[in-house]
Design a protein around this ligand. Structure first.
Ligand code: GZL
Length: 359
């Protein structure tokens, strides 16, 4: 029945597009770090059909996650022709697999997954395939199966490499003779954690830096504070760099360092780096509390809507679609970095830059 509806829907859409002589309502992926309003996201052309989407979200662990969820709720709205069935899986992989199986039972039209961890997916994706329900993966990656239509997200290793290349240039400009770094990792098994860890470590190994410890703060503020408190007890006076793999961990690390009387940021004893670049944390870069922040764009939903529209129209979307991201620094002493042979701008986070941030 679903396939018949989809086909009829596609024919209807093709006829309506032909009648108005238009191409796809919108095919552009969201502009760099722009967060197109829901009305700008392409609603499915079929005005008389409602497309049911099941979304199994990681959880609610961070500001980044909140922005990701809001983007999906804005785009997959009734006004845009969708019926969104949203499940917050609360960082529980078993609950996420159960949510996907429930979507199959509910016979949704499409399933969106942001995978808490990158393995253990082939069985349930095979069940989705057998049920004829296309799966679109966003943000984190699935590394043990390719039974999904498309993935929309970030290159986490590039984020880690960019962090390392920026630190190399920053340390040279500041005359830092050695790097003794502490890393607060994200959730164990998450591809974002794996990529950022591998990328930064590749530069650290190349440059002979000392990564004194690398523990998971689970992408939460409480986790970041707990790990940083432990680090302050074990390494106070011995470290000069802290790498937090997301903004909420950086917030926790700042609290712990404040309590330990350790200074950080511009003019501080410790260089503090974060990932995600949510607006409040780009403000902290502007204010000199965080030295550099590497964006991870949470606005995948508009691109996913384009993919669904393509599928409804019988088109084949790209398998991998990367979202644009930017790097921010508190000072303008490192205007650009070379990552994998590509020169990337490092944006000096002035107040105007902060004010222009969409999320
Ligand atoms: C990365 C995303 C990560 C963010 C964290 O794409 O999955 O999970 O960096 C979030 O803030 O918790």
């Amino acid at each position: 029945m679903k396939k018949i509806i989809a086909t009829a829907l596609s024919m209807t859409m093709a006829m309506s597009l032909a009648a108005c002589g238009g191409g796809a309502a919108s095919s552009a992926a969201p502009a760099a770090s722009s967060a197109p309003a829901a009305s700008q996201a392409s609603a499915p052309a079929a005005s008389d059909g409602v497309i049911t989407v099941g979304f199994a979200q990681v959880g609610h662990e961070s500001d980044w996650r909140t922005a990701s969820t809001k983007s999906a709720q804005d785009v997959f709205s009734a006004a845009n022709g969708y019926d969104l069935k949203f499940v917050d899986c609360d960082n529980d992989s078993a609950a996420q697999l159960e949510a996907v199986r429930n979507f199959i039972e509910q016979d949704v039209d499409y399933i969106i997954i942001d995978p808490i961890v990158s393995t253990g997916w082939d069985t349930v994706l095979t069940e989705c395939e057998d049920a004829g329900i296309p799966v679109i993966v966003i943000d984190r990656t699935i590394d043990d199966s390719d039974k999904y239509v498309s993935w929309v997200g970030s290159d986490f290793k590039i984020e880690g490499l960019a962090c390392g290349e920026w630190l190399k240039a920053y340390a040279a400009d500041k005359g830092m003779s050695e790097i003794n770094a502490l890393v607060i990792e994200g959730s164990t098994g998450a591809s974002a954690t794996i990529g950022r860890t591998d990328g930064f470590k590749e530069i650290a190994d190349r440059e002979g830096w000392n990564i004194m410890a690398s523990q998971s703060g689970d992408f939460t503020e409480a986790g970041g504070q707990e790990v940083m408190e432990s680090y302050c007890q074990s390494y106070k006076g011995k470290f000069n760099v802290v790498i937090c793999q997301n903004d909420n961990e950086a917030a926790g690390a700042m609290t712990a360092m404040d309590n330990a009387g350790i200074t950080y940021g511009v003019g501080g004893d410790v260089v503090l780096v974060s990932f995600d670049a949510n607006k409040p944390y780009v403000q902290m870069v502007c204010d000199g509390k965080i030295n550099a922040n590497f964006e991870c764009n949470p606005m995948a939903a508009p691109t996913v809507s384009e993919i669904i529209q393509d599928l409804e129209a019988g088109k084949t979307p790209e398998k991998e679609i990367y979202v644009p991201e930017h790097w921010f620094a508190a000072e303008d002493n490192v205007p650009s970095i070379d990552v994998n042979g590509e020169t990337l701008e490092v944006i000096h986070a002035t107040q105007d830059v902060v004010d222009a941030r969409p999320y």
